[in-house]
Ligand binder design. Structure first.
Ligand SMILES: NC(=O)c1ccc[n+]([C@@H]2O[C@H](COP(=O)([O-])OP(=O)(O)OC[C@H]3O[C@@H](n4cnc5c(N)ncnc54)[C@H](OP(=O)(O)O)[C@@H]3O)[C@@H](O)[C@H]2O)c1
Length: 267
């Protein structure tokens, strides 16, 4: 599939980003913001959405915002259909994510945490990606990106729902890529390591090989434009993934159980 640049489409070029109010999603919104582009930004927090939209408009693009909770999959699906009916979506970036871990002192995450993480990190993005893929396949053009995590490739005892939901998303994304390639729709899985955003800033302790959200946005946009099946960054996490597969699982689990991770309350 040829590389897509904004100018290769008839204007207005429409990019819809979930998680557009913060971190990687906000950086992607600013990356794509230029005259001839319309950004639709979804998130929960209206003030943060307004703030990103203002910066987007300052760069010459137009913008619309929608505050909604992705735990409500049906509402999100209806909103996606409405957005695409009103203005054809060229790129859908499913960036929103919940990064919760086991509460301090608890043996497991709470059932409510697991429920919400599963919806926001897997059920809703997979639902939205499927709807978008079926519409784009009819049009024979379009690009979808799903933001997963390198956590998908490791059994994280303190974040079972996070690693499990991202693992499901990863397999879903590459399978959808396989299904959509003959229909000229690209589906790109993004698996970041640590990116400097409010999500990772909540974690106490080291964030090895940290990448800025601006640099992450540039790499992600390039991978989407190239229609790649998978972008994993930064590269040391690709090596960690490979090395982990060589070590017996019981040893890996023993090591992972010793990892001390704490997080501050949400922003
Ligand atoms: N930062 C990292 O180190 C890192 C590493 C690997 C993967 N990731 C993934 O990258 C993606 C973006 O994360 P980030 O680092 O940019 O984190 P962030 O700054 O905390 O942004 C998370 C975004 O998701 C939205 N969101 C969360 N729960 C939602 C819900 N229930 N309904 C609607 N929107 C919701 C947030 O909206 P509000 O702001 O309105 O609450 C926000 O826009 C996530 O999928 C995350 O798992 C991040």
């Amino acid at each position: 599939m040829p590389e897509t640049s904004v100018s290769s489409y008839n204007t207005p070029f429409h990019v819809l980003i979930t998680g557009g109010s913060s971190g990687i999603g906000a950086a992607l919104a600013l990356h794509y913001a230029r005259p001839g582009t319309h950004l639709t930004l979804w998130g929960r927090n209206p003030e943060r959405l307004e703030d990103v939209a203002t910066q987007v408009v300052r760069r010459g693009a137009s913008a619309g915002i929608l505050s909604l909770d992705l735990c409500r999959t049906d509402d999100a699906l209806a909103a996606l259909r409405k957005a695409d009916d009103e203005r054809k979506i060229d790129i859908l970036i499913l960036g929103a994510g919940l990064g919760d871990i086991r509460p301090e002192g608890a043996l497991t995450e709470t059932a409510e945490q697991v429920h919400d993480i599963s919806l926001v990190n897997f059920t809703t993005p997979a639902t939205l990606a499927t709807e978008m893929a079926s519409r784009m396949a009819v049009r024979k053009e379009g690009r979808i990106a799903l933001v997963g995590s390198v956590a998908a490739f490791h059994d994280l005892p303190i974040a079972t729902a996070y690693s499990g939901s991202k693992a499901g998303l990863a397999r879903f994304s590459t399978a959808l890529h396989a299904a959509m390639t003959p229909h000229h729709v690209s589906v790109t899985l993004i698996s970041p390591g640590y990116v400097d955003t409010p999500m990772s800033q909540r974690l106490e302790g080291a964030r090895p090989f940290l990448v800025s959200s601006q640099r992450a946005a540039r790499m992600i946009a390039r991978a989407i434009g190239q229609g790649r099946a998978h972008l994993l960054f930064p590269w040391p996490f690709a090596i960690a993934r490979f090395l982990e597969m060589l070590v017996p699982r019981a040893i890996v689990h023993r090591l992972l159980r010793t990892a001390e991770v704490r997080q501050r309350p949400t922003h």
